[in-house]
Write a protein that binds this ligand. Structure first.
Ligand SMILES: [Zn+2]
Length: 152
């Protein structure tokens, strides 16, 4: 049986990496506004591997951490994948890290602009922030739409 990819906690300055990893299906929380102590506590409490560019933070006791050395996001993604193994999970919301669930065209019609509902057949929706995604032509491969009205 394949090992499950660990949950990740992405440190400040790695926001683009976090979005890429979510798109690859990694559970990648991202915080850029917290002191080191708090980052360590979150990593411990939520069982997340701390992914950081901060060497001192990565070497702190009591926290599982991965020190990212690469400077380009492509290389950073490769570093993480090499270290933790491939994600076997579907993409997550690139904005909030929520899980994406498939929705029908009819459901999507309530959320997306009419021309999208008429021309697309596959939709997924974030269970946390409500963004709807569908296949697109540009990276990250999907377009997204944030409804103006907020639904839970
Ligand atoms: Zn979301």
């Amino acid at each position: 049986m394949e090992a499950k990819a660990p949950k990740l906690l992405i440190d400040a300055m790695l926001g683009t990496l976090a979005r890429r990893l979510r798109w690859l299906g990694y559970d990648a929380a991202y915080r850029n506004d917290l002191p080191d102590e708090t980052m360590i506590r979150i990593a411990q409490e939520e069982g997340r591997l701390l992914v950081t560019r901060d060497r001192a933070l990565a070497q702190r006791r009591g926290v599982r951490a991965l020190l990212v050395r690469a400077t380009t996001v492509e290389e950073q993604v490769q570093e993480v994948v090499k270290a933790v193994g491939p994600s076997l999970h579907p993409p997550r919301c690139t904005v909030c890290n929520g899980a994406l669930v498939p929705i029908s065209v009819e459901e999507a019609g309530a959320w997306v602009p009419p021309y999208v509902a008429q021309t697309q057949t596959e939709f997924v929706r974030c269970t946390q922030c409500g963004r709807v995604y569908w296949p697109g032509t540009h990276w990250p491969g999907l377009q997204r739409w944030r409804p103006r009205t907020s639904h839970p």
